[in-house]
Design a protein around this ligand. Structure first.
Ligand code: FES
Length: 139
């Protein structure tokens, strides 16, 4: 049993990148227009560029029962096709039954490029200003 168990255990190596922490390079910061949402299906997230230029990576899973929530650019909101929950560009609930804001992912800016850690979604009740990430002002 020990032999079988040791074969089945995932191999843990020191210093290798954590596959759960997959980083997606979304592109240069100036590619995104304020008040826009860009889908990254391979990372299962949306990158929201807020009206003030802040970035927020949102999970596309509805916080009600997990349906994929599409972005409606005309209405400027996410509308879940399953039970009609609606979320704003920051992921906040506009209409229930969704119990809380869309989950988010860690965003960071490196060399003027927006990068998103897609490993583990971060649960939150609502949007807070510190969740948005801003590019450094060029001098
Ligand atoms: Fe989105 Fe129910 S799964 S409203």
């Amino acid at each position: 049993a020990w032999l079988v168990g040791s074969f089945l255990k995932p191999l843990k190596l020191n210093g290798t990148p954590d596959p759960a922490k997959k980083i997606i390079d979304a592109g240069p910061t100036d590619r995104f227009v304020p008040a826009s949402v860009t889908a990254f299906p391979q990372g299962r997230f949306y990158l929201a560029c807020l009206a003030d230029g802040g970035f927020l990576a949102l999970s596309r899973r509805c916080t009600h029962l997990g349906c994929t929530v599409p972005w409606d650019a005309d209405k400027g909101q996410f509308a879940c096709p399953c039970h009609a929950s609606v979320f704003d560009i920051r992921g906040d609930v506009i209409r229930s039954p969704a119990p809380r804001a869309l989950d988010r992912f860690v965003v960071f800016i490196e060399n003027n490029r927006v990068k998103v850690e897609t490993g583990k979604p971060i649960r939150r009740r609502e949007f807070k200003a510190e969740q948005a990430v801003y590019p450094k002002k060029r001098t």
